[in-house]
Design a protein around this ligand. Structure first.
Ligand SMILES: [Zn+2]
Ligand SMILES: [Zn+2]
Length: 449
């Protein structure tokens, strides 16, 4: 904490898009009562919202208290979010204590703090002065009502929506004596949402009904995820190809005992359900159908069907059957077929690196084609076959050129013409709203390879 900050009362609002709920398989949760929602309520109540939007004298997102109160009254819509405080966070006891303080010692003051006898009834931008007690400051801090704490008093600017919500007239006359039993016991008395809707002359929505925890992103930990040494294709070469696991070298290699490019490796044992072709591939080369693993008992060599959990135990020997086998592969043909399939040549890349063996349970080799394209584009695969760069998924809505280590001309070239206030973009410290399609990469991800 610096610059005299003692406590952070609220971190504000955060937009969680629908996709996050889908991705995390989470039920939708109640949203905050925000300006966009309030505008829809206003339109549904018959107001000409477009005309209000077009009116240069009206600021729908940040209206003065007088206007917000007038809209609530005229259209019978909930009070504007700007003046809707976190009533659901305040206990009923806290609510009553704040109302009692307003009733017993509350007074309106001029902006300079001098007390005035009777406030103009039409005026709504008045400053409320309350005694500085724990009950008052706790309540205002819980509600997140902007105020100033002095030696003996607390002043609340723009306070008419607050006192109307608490059930007082604009002349500070209390309009209620007792809350109903239902309001007092709502949420076991921990939540004054019911209470305030009983005392206020307008409806109040829940300002922040859902809270989320957040983790701190660590941008400096972002990095490409790749194997060391690099791998282009998760295709097994056995002992061939040398320490580099060079697929092309392995395809040319000739042992005394074998034909060129012939390697013996452990791969999947699969069968095509349509044409019964036996293969190590995920897809049948003869007919294109998806193949199925074939489990064979290592003791009695009979074929075993896996159960629902994918466990294949031999009913006779009670041994686990395997769907892999040692098999001789013609790497030279495999590589040439792959190059033909993607229209590339051996010279399209410097080196195409495979692996010694597959570590996965089913040992299903990747199509070499994918490795050819990775090697050509100088990217390598992680052990799960992905090519990826891991970094924090951090929602960023606004940026400054200075923060991105670019100059403002670069931002303008990208189509940014104005800052968040609509002023022409000229300086590298102007805040700019990030366009929907743009993302900010960490320095490491932006480095040319
Ligand atoms: Zn087939
Ligand atoms: Zn067996």
């Amino acid at each position: 904490m610096r610059n005299g900050v003692v406590e952070v009362l609220d971190l504000g609002e955060y937009l969680v898009n629908y996709g996050e709920f889908v991705e995390n398989n989470h039920e939708l949760v109640p949203a905050s009562y925000v300006v966009e929602w309030w505008q829809q309520d206003l339109a549904a109540a018959g107001a000409d919202v477009q005309a209000l939007r077009d009116d240069p004298a009206v600021d729908l997102a940040d209206p003065p208290a007088r206007e917000a109160l007038a809209w609530a009254e005229e259209y019978d819509v909930p009070l504007h979010p700007k003046y809707t405080y976190l009533w659901h966070d305040l206990s009923v006891d806290g609510f009553e204590a704040l109302a009692d303080a307003v009733a017993s010692s509350g007074r309106f003051a001029e902006a300079d703090g001098a007390a005035i006898e009777s406030p103009p009834s039409a005026g709504s931008d008045r400053t409320l002065v309350l005694p500085k007690t724990d009950a008052v400051t706790d309540a205002l801090e819980t509600l997140v009502v902007q105020h100033t704490q002095g030696e003996e008093t607390v002043t609340v600017p723009d306070a008419v929506p607050l006192v109307r919500s608490l059930g007082f007239t604009a002349d500070l006359e209390r309009t209620w004596e007792r809350l109903s039993e239902r309001a007092r016991t709502w949420d076991d008395g921990a939540n004054s949402h019911r209470a305030v809707n009983e005392t206020a002359p307008f409806d109040l929505q829940e300002r922040a009904p859902t809270r989320v925890g957040n983790r701190m992103g660590r941008p400096e930990k972002s990095e490409s995820r790749e194997l060391s040494p690099a791998v282009h294709t998760l295709f097994p070469l056995g002992e061939a190809g040398g320490s580099q696991r060079d697929v092309s070298a392995a395809a040319r290699q000739r042992d005394v005992s074998s034909t060129p490019g012939e390697v013996e490796v452990e791969v999947a044992r699969r069968v095509c359900p349509d044409c019964a072709e036996e293969t190590f591939r995920g897809r049948c080369r003869e007919c294109g159908a998806w193949t199925k693993p074939r489990y064979v008992c290592p003791d009695c060599e009979r074929e075993v069907d896996p159960d629902e959990a994918g466990r294949a135990e031999c009913p006779r020997c009670e041994t686990l059957a395997y769907a892999t086998e040692r098999r001789s592969l013609d790497l030279d043909t495999e590589l040439r077929d792959a190059l033909d399939a993607v229209g590339e040549r051996d010279g399209s890349y410097d080196i195409l690196k495979g692996v010694k063996g597959l570590t996965s349970t089913h040992k299903l080799p990747e199509p070499i084609e994918k490795g050819v394209l990775r090697a050509k584009n100088d990217v390598s695969a992680f052990k799960d076959g992905t090519v990826r760069y891991d970094m924090t998924d951090l929602p960023v809505t606004a940026v400054r050129a200075r923060e991105l280590d670019i100059d403002v001309d670069t931002l303008r070239e990208l189509g940014y013409e104005t800052d968040i206030d609509g002023a022409p973009l000229r300086h590298d410290d102007q805040l700019v709203e990030l366009k929907l399609q743009d993302i900010v990469l960490s320095d490491g991800a932006a480095e040319p390879r």
